[in-house]
Design a protein around this ligand. Sequence first.
Ligand SMILES: N[C@@H](CCC(=O)N[C@@H](CSC=O)C(=O)NCC(=O)O)C(=O)O
Length: 280
Amino acid sequence: MAALSLISEHRCFEGEQRFYAHESRECATEMRFSVYLPPQARMRPVPVLYYLAGLTCTEETFMTKAGAQRLAAELGLMLVAPDTSPRKNRIPGDDAAWDFGLGAGFYVDATQDPWSRHYRMYSYVTRELPEIAKSLGGLADRQGIFGHSMGGHGALVCALRNPAQYRSVSAFAPIAAPSRCPWGEKAFTGYLGPDRTHWMAHDASALAAARRYENPILIDQGTEDGFLAEQLKPQEFETACRRSGTPLELRFQKGYDHGYYFISTFMADHLRHHARYLGA
Ligand SMILES: N[C@@H](CCC(=O)N[C@@H](CSC=O)C(=O)NCC(=O)O)C(=O)O
């Protein structure tokens, strides 16, 4: 594992909020991530909860907007939030749109040129970040994952493909059927190519229909979310879970939109959900 470079460190609810950069093995360029170390981490290894953010976000968004650290400190949960794409090695056209390229890695391992060298967010999250979390005092056998929108899609896919690795999963307004919405179709075509059979390994609804995930999945979705009907499609995920017998609690929250005021409102429920299955 390459050395971590500490960008900044801040005392927070008796724990430590840190921001790091490092040369990523999987992305073959510099990556950034944030970590919240609860006070318990000074004494012993602690469970780890990964948060994957949405389009246009960075490694800072969750830590500054979601209000998760106070309860994470109480529960003794380490929080780890990666950036949403590589940014250091620029690719022509990577900033041409806000829903593809920079800030929009979609948590897949790209197979298409010119993205395939650096855009390997799936392997970065599922392989490299856990090694880093362990080196910072995280327990390898007590990991959970959650996320928002594009990151909700990423969290569901990581957990459904690696049920032994992630004991718990939840999402806020996830892109739940990316093969059948404009954001997902654009990203998967660009990163994975036009053959839709290659998309299924990154489609949460396809994965949930194919195999049962044992622990209950929690999803919160705002009813006033402007992306709900066209981009998110949580009902397709609900149907898929029913097919495989995967336990799902899909909660429609009246009056809430897609943003971080919604996420911060229900953050405590998600942290407690993970704490329950991570033994925190
Ligand atoms: N183009 C707009 C909207 C981008 C946006 O809404 N991003 C969401 C995630 S959407 C799906 O992944 C987000 O989390 N934004 C960050 C925030 O702080 O709300 C724009 O560029 O703002």
